[in-house]
Design a protein around this ligand. Sequence first.
Ligand SMILES: [Zn+2]
Length: 439
Amino acid sequence: MIGSVSAGAGIKRFLCLALSSGLLSGIAAHPASAADCPGHPDALGTSRTLVVDPREHPRIGAMQYAETLPLNDHEVVLTFDDGPLPRNSNQVLDILASQCVKATFFIIGRMAQAYPEGVRKLVDAGHTVGTHTQNHPLSMDRMPIEHAKQEIDDGIASTAAALADPTVLAPFFRIPGLLRADGVEDYLASQGIQAWSADFLADDWRHISSSRVYDLAMKRLEDKGKGILLLHDIQARTVAALPRILHELKVPGYRIVHVVPATAQQPATPTEPQQWQLHPVSEKVAISHWPKIPNFVFASAETLPGPSDLHWFEAGTSDHARSLPYGVPLSPGTAGPRAALALNEDATDLPIPSADIFTIPEKSFAAIAPPTRRAGPPIVAEGETVGRAKLTSADAGYGARGVRGKSRSGRFTRGGAHIAGHGRRGSLKHLVQVRKRSV
Ligand SMILES: [Zn+2]
């Protein structure tokens, strides 16, 4: 079993097996479609299976990288992070099954350890299963590379250990909070693992209503016309929004694409290099593609964030001069909006604003769904403070810099990672609650 060997050796072994055995081809052998969705004649279905070779395209996702999946217009790839959490993840599975839709899930190792049956259910349902670290640290952009490697290796080992056949695990990985770093990506590439960013979000980790999640998903998809959508199967609001999202995707003719890794028996889908380059490095071309004002956060400014630890905004300080204003660090060489670069560069020199700047008017919370926090022990109080303040500071154009006049992002990030379980002090309950407040 993969779980009984060292993580590094285990990864190499399972990847080798996965790429050479052809067992993964079983995932792609029977793509669902609306035509063969028993009992659901009006199902959205899965229109095709896209087979990708991580070694040819090690980094994907237009939010951060020069390449993204070679999708045709109106094609959508659904991805779900942070599970499995049975209460909500099982509902997501049922909803996807009702529409015969296949998706990709990025599993947290500790969640797989706690709920191995949840991982097996994903595989049994024919979904693609990748990984998302062991503890979901929100500091991979600055942690020592050996630490980052351990997070990656352990997450894979824990997820693989949950499976009867670990070779079905896809060599797909998403960095928590999309807090990318060259060293992390280089390590992933050296292991034949594909780093997945996303093309657009629906902000479903924020304290917004499920209808808002639906609105954001559809509007952003409409803006882009296609792409990789990042969602969270652990979120109740996502469970509530998903049926409507899937139903409405069908109306204008969107089609679901299921992505699987290439194997010896199932080679990569033939594509042309330019199909992967949605945002060419050429600045002239890039400007025509990128919105002048990034819409991921600012277009939804009327819905202020709840006290979530939205750690996107911890990125993009000293190590990442090229970051989007919402804090997602861009990969070097990736074309991005000039305005975003200017904002971030300015942000690195801004003074730390006083706490009252971050006060959100009480009435602003009127449109926000009640926070999910329940009575009980304090939950990630530090993270909440960080997330709220940083998100607000980013909205205010300050970028990711110190908050509440007492700290800087690095310190908070380490705190967030610690809460997420690095120091062995975070319980699983903590981990879940942290996950439900972050990406
Ligand atoms: Zn995550």
